[in-house]
Design a protein around this ligand. Structure first.
Ligand code: GLN
Length: 440
């Protein structure tokens, strides 16, 4: 009997050729295989002492009482085991009690609330449940980059409608100056349009959509029978008394809106991956069916902790205090921008600010790694500033389609979900930016 060494893995010491497997076709969509901005502008690639104002996560811990609840849950038996795919009842009840007044209705914990493994996975499950091949999904640019592959993996077609930045920045310019051209939005709607994705407060602009803007989106959604996915994960971070308007509350919109929330943003625990969806049974039910097949259920102990967070937040005055802290963080960073003459739009919500870096001049012979090459100008500026000043940011062109990249290339996103000391240190380093400004 003859033996073929290569079929049983025996190679007699000769280097074994790795088998090649064809990728699924979805991996060639949605920029899935290209290095994403989070991997490029990652601490591992940046100078060791670089201050991270890039990827949006806090450099402080969740509140003590929320961490204590996480500890306590590990000491119970049930919280170490599977949850109901809908989410643990304690968390669904806490979501009901926290959000019912916001939605002007008593939310039904069995049919109108779904806990997900982070907001991102919940959104993915919505697309699994509702996206047919060729369905068009409207995204406002700059859009949070995860939406794109989540849509294309489900054979959806993203359709991009840019928010238009202000042409001139003054010291009074806020994120509200980024505007939708509603004729452009109307023209983007076709018989194949299935959904509009709204994100308020907005990552990365910090824009808080006004009732008038949301009403115009709602009118189009009703006229064309569209679903609205409203990503409101920064709903606890609005500044300057700006009201948070939920599109689900506008007339006729509850039935067609799924609202997305996040424990990570609310309680400084972005790595816990606990999020939730709120909406009518017709949207939540099929999403539950999809999600059950994707993750079955979300991790149990941290759902208990997120529940404790929501249960006690009001009596502890937590969200009010947190907003004040974030507003102070924002203002500290912005004073440094003012000092060095960086133009920006003051964010009314979220923990991001976009600064216009078109005046930064990069020396012609400056060395860049291959992963930056061929990307937008903002990737070069962001890389250069991280090396030269020791402050990392996120280039905004990543949040645009190729055709509209020019709009985003002017901006870098700075995250201010950091303690004051870190923001001051970053601000002091940013003083060095003026020596790189173009000579006028
Ligand atoms: N939402 C966070 C941000 O925008 C993290 C994104 C991510 O790491 N995928 O910075």
């Amino acid at each position: 009997m003859s033996t073929n060494a290569s079929t049983n893995g025996v190679t007699n010491g000769a280097p074994q050729k790795a088998p090649q497997f064809a990728l699924s076709s979805r991996m060639s969509t949605g920029r899935a295989m290209s290095l994403d901005v989070w991997s490029i502008f990652n601490a591992a690639n940046l100078p060791a002492d670089c201050i991270n104002l890039g990827q949006g996560y806090m450099n402080f811990a969740p509140p003590q009482w929320v961490k204590d609840a996480a500890d306590a849950s590990l000491n119970t038996v049930s919280a170490n085991h599977y949850s109901h795919p809908k989410g643990r009842i304690r968390l669904r009840e806490a979501i009901r009690d926290h959000y019912s007044k916001d939605f002007n209705r008593t939310l039904d914990v069995e049919n109108e609330i779904l806990v997900s493994s982070g907001a991102n996975e919940g959104q993915y499950a919505v697309w699994v449940a509702f996206c047919e091949p060729g369905d068009e999904i409207i995204l406002f640019e700059p859009y949070f980059d995860q939406y794109l592959p989540s849509i294309t993996f489900n054979h959806g077609v993203p359709v991009y409608v840019p928010l238009h930045p202000p042409t001139n920045f003054s010291d009074k310019t806020t994120s509200d100056a980024w505007k939708i051209d509603f004729d452009e939005l109307r023209r983007a709607i076709t018989p194949k349009t299935k959904m509009i994705v709204v994100n308020t407060p907005h990552n990365p602009v910090g824009k808080v959509f006004t009732e008038q803007e949301l009403q115009k989106i709602a009118d189009l959604a009703i006229e064309h029978n569209l679903i609205v996915m409203s990503d409101e994960v920064y709903d606890c971070l609005l500044f300057d008394q700006k009201p948070h308007v939920r599109i689900a509350n506008l007339p006729g919109m509850w039935e067609r809106t799924i609202t997305v929330g996040s424990a990570g943003k609310s309680f400084a625990c972005t790595g816990w991956r606990v999020g939730w969806l709120i909406g009518p049974q017709s949207l939540v039910g099929p999403t539950l069916a999809a999600q059950t097949r994707i993750v079955f259920c979300t991790n149990s102990p941290l759902q208990e902790a997120a529940a404790a967070g929501l249960e006690e937040a009001e009596q502890r005055g937590f969200f009010k205090k947190q907003v004040e802290e974030y507003q102070e963080r924002r203002d500290v960073l912005l004073r440094y921008f003012d000092e060095v003459g960086l133009k920006y739009s003051t964010p009314e919500g979220s923990y991001f600010v976009l600064a216009d870096v078109s005046d930064v001049q990069i020396p012609e012979d400056y060395p860049f790694p291959d992963m930056i090459k061929g990307r937008g100008r903002d990737f070069y500026v962001g890389w250069f500033l991280a090396q030269e000043l020791g402050v990392s940011t996120i280039p905004v062109s990543e949040f645009y389609c190729d055709e509209h990249m020019k709009i985003g290339e002017r901006f870098l996103r700075f995250a201010f979900c950091k303690d004051l000391d870190t923001l001051h240190k970053a601000g002091e380093r940013l003083r060095g930016i003026t020596k790189f400004y173009k000579k006028k």
